[in-house]
Design a protein around this ligand. Sequence first.
Ligand SMILES: [Zn+2]
Length: 190
Amino acid sequence: MISPSPLSWRHQGRVGRWAILALLLVPATAEARPFGPPEQNAFAQAAAYWGRSPTQCRVVTGEVVPAGSLRDPSASGEATVPPASGEMIDCRVWVVEGLTPLGLCFTMRHEYGHLLGYDHDAPEMAEEALACPTGAAEVERFRRMVRRQRQRCEKLRRQGAPPKQKQICWDNLGFAKDELRKVEAELSGD
Ligand SMILES: [Zn+2]
């Protein structure tokens, strides 16, 4: 049973390092193994992306398997699709060994969609819809947030807003800057 825990995207850098570590620890004769921290994080992120749990799965068992060992040897993952009858089943997700953090993120979103009952024809399963943010895109998002917040605060100052209101604005700018510093540090591998 995988218990999804909230994990924000700014941890992607750390997840990336986990993935590399996991790769180094896998022996040459890789066999199926349970999800490790990178896969569990990716699963939790996929759950957050879809915003709901697979209601037809009694349990979800995750496994990492050698590349080329799935039914479709070129696939990066596979998952149980619960039957349309609504019957409860034990669900499984497989991902192949050696995916990049971005590849793992995308694969997990796709497989999670299957657990929710979507097949490949569903618009929700389109590649563009499931694309994961890159670390750099995430940094850019926080930069925009800081810029917008600074503009807000300067506007309040020009308008002669009450001190309390201005203070809240500058405090929030401070928080946004801290977040930006964190994601920048993660991207640079600090
Ligand atoms: Zn699929």
